[in-house]
Design a protein around this ligand. Structure first.
Ligand SMILES: [Ca+2]
Length: 291
């Protein structure tokens, strides 16, 4: 009897927490309490910023500040699409407030693949937002990630083809973090492929990771003619290894943390990249003279 009472109590507590979270989440959506952080993406050859990825956070000091919880709870509440669209809207709004539209830089916006297949999905809404806030469609990259299983592959491909026909660039997000990336890449014609940070972490010390990366870069360049971005670059060692493997662009704490502002990359890092580039040029020049 005592055990039964405990189970009932636990069940009541769980449903209380669920109701409380659902109420809090509804308030995030209705009050549009999503805040955008911008993370620079850098040309590995020059060290110049080519664009920013817009990352979404819930209200500070709430459970929703952590994006993993924010999206997980949205999925459980079957409100992923609503959250996805709000994040998209906020990213475009904040980017235009920071005058990203006046610079020739790309804005990378995350989109959950599953949300493209929802019946409510309004395919014209993103383009309307871009136009309203004065951004150039040529500078918008939709990063497709597969958080939830895509039930209707045809509907997903049709939605993606629609965005591509409107002029959006498509990036496949987090390749290497699971099987999802490979499935997405084989069903789409991405302009950009982002390699998951797992593969980049300590890559300068792992010949296995270097061999895998080399294959992926070759596939992306030769088969898809796509640009490749390495995520999660944190050290100059990782930078140099990734750069040598032919990767075009990079992202990670080496170049800065996500920020509410469009931060430049630290001057000392920019100098180190310039020195590295100069050294490589000298080396290649020397080798040509010897041959
Ligand atoms: Ca992303």
């Amino acid at each position: 009897m005592a055990a039964e009472n405990t189970t009932v109590l636990e069940s009541n507590q769980r449903s209380g927490i669920r109701d409380e979270l659902a109420k809090e989440f509804a308030s995030v959506l209705s009050n549009k309490l999503i805040f955008t952080r911008f993370h620079p993406i850098v040309c590995l050859m020059t060290g110049d910023i080519i664009g920013y990825e817009a990352l979404s956070r819930g209200p500070e000091a709430s459970i929703f500040e952590n994006p993993a919880y924010l999206f997980e709870i949205a999925e459980r509440l079957v409100l992923l699409e609503d959250l996805d669209m709000l994040c998209r809207e906020k990213a475009i709004f904040h980017a235009s407030k920071l005058a990203l539209n006046t610079k020739s830089m790309k804005l990378f916006i995350n989109i959950d693949a599953a949300s493209l297949t929802y019946v409510k999905h309004d395919k014209g809404r993103t383009l309307a937002l871009i136009e309203d806030y004065g951004l150039e469609i040529d500078n918008i990259v939709l990063e497709i990630t597969e958080r939830a299983y895509i039930k209707d592959a045809k509907m997903f491909c049709d939605a993606l083809a629609h965005y591509q026909s409107q002029g959006f660039s498509i990036a496949i997000d987090d390749l290497g973090s699971g099987s999802a990336g490979l499935r997405l890449i084989s069903e789409t014609n991405p302009h950009i492929v982002k390699i998951d940070k797992y593969l980049i972490e300590n890559i300068d010390k792992s010949f296995k990771k270097q061999a895998i990366l080399k294959m992926i870069v070759e596939m992306c360049h030769k088969v898809f003619n796509a640009k490749v971005v390495a995520e999660g670059i944190e050290t100059m060692g990782e930078y140099e290894t990734v750069k040598k493997s032919g990767i075009d662009w990079g992202q990670g704490y080496l170049f800065g943390r996500p920020s509410p502002l469009l931060q430049p990359i630290p001057r000392d890092i920019k100098n180190k990249i310039a020195i590295y580039y100069h050294r490589e040029e000298m080396f290649h020049g020397f080798m040509t003279l010897l041959s």
